[in-house]
Design a protein around this ligand. Sequence first.
Ligand SMILES: Cc1cc2nc3c(=O)[nH]c(=O)nc-3n(C[C@H](O)[C@H](O)[C@H](O)COP(=O)(O)OP(=O)(O)OC[C@H]3O[C@@H](n4cnc5c(N)ncnc54)[C@H](O)[C@@H]3O)c2cc1C
Length: 376
Amino acid sequence: MANDYDIGIAGGGLAGLCLSLLAADAGYSVALFEKEQYPFHKVCGEYISYESYDFVMLLGLPLADMNLPEIKHLQVSDMNGRLYDFKLDTGGFGISRYTIDNMLYQLALRAGVAVYTEEKVTDIHFEHNNHIIQTNKRKLTATIAAGAYGKRSNLDIKWKRSFAEKKPDKLNNYIGVKYHVRADFPKSHIALHNFKNGYCGISAVEDDTYCLCYLTTADNLSANTGSIQKMQENVLYRNPVLKKLFTESEFLYDAPLTISQISFDKKTQVENHILMLGDAAGMITPLCGNGMSMAMHAAKLAFNEMHGLLERKISRVEMESGYTAAWRKQFAVRLATGRLVQRLMGSNSTAFVLKLLHGFPFLGKIFIRATHGKRF
Ligand SMILES: Cc1cc2nc3c(=O)[nH]c(=O)nc-3n(C[C@H](O)[C@H](O)[C@H](O)COP(=O)(O)OP(=O)(O)OC[C@H]3O[C@@H](n4cnc5c(N)ncnc54)[C@H](O)[C@@H]3O)c2cc1C
């Protein structure tokens, strides 16, 4: 029996939307499920490395006409507020997730993708060489299924993925907090300010707005009776640069957007014949500023393999092993380097590491090369 769709995708963030566009543009039938309704805000630093710029333009987003902030300089402060400046060779641009995800969604609709919004995938079964996708509203079939549902979802728990079963430790129990603000800060810069057990980034997005977003441990929040405001005042404000930023900026939301249980542990790239992309395949630490480009790049790698299967040029086994190999070649070192540096940030070693990187700029370049890829 013919399937309802060639490709079914769980999750409509950057990875899922980009994959849906590549597949629809190549003439395949695609169903994409997103549990939220576009447009919506997401916890993310909203700095996109230039490596994905050409790819996003090719998908049809007119980035060059949008007058977006171009970011070429990095400023980092240690926990005492001492500032260090670095030049970013590749650099990036700023755009909110509210805008970019929604624009890709509009493109997907125009390309003929069947986008089911406010629809949560509750399970995907593999039977008789096909996938049965179950949502809270319907059941349908697809020849290929992709898991592009982000850092952690109901499906990770359902499928008992090993990272979701681990006890809380240093690499798997972070929280993220995000605001949009108006601030006195150069649009050509991104800053990363350290505080005890965390770091906070600021960079410009569209419409003279800035994204102010931080990552810290769940322990930091519990030590402040679960109050974000208290944690900011007791922990973040000890860095004088952050205190100034938080007390002098104009906050554009009533309350921050938050997420919890962020894990940087290793994940699998194929789970029960489902190709995993973006954060669902492995999450790079946000300080690398590269997760979004990697999610989009993974969509391209996955589509190359899916195309091979749908054209009957390769088998399912070859599609799965080809994708895993391509993913690891492209991203494994970047994730490992990110995990290593994550341990140094927001710790007592931060000031020493920053002095070292500033004194020996080639070390900074090595770090950036190890966490970034070429334009794709
Ligand atoms: C604090 C913080 C700051 C960051 N800053 C940056 C940065 O500045 N630059 C950068 O490049 N990266 C940054 N990142 C990383 C970046 O946000 C991610 O790497 C990127 O969003 C991954 O895209 P994705 O498509 O895999 O997942 P997402 O964008 O998270 O999309 C997944 C989608 O799946 C949906 N979903 C989940 N479960 C289901 C389900 N069962 N059914 C249907 N839909 C479902 C969700 O609603 C979501 O829309 C940051 C991350 C954090 C936590």
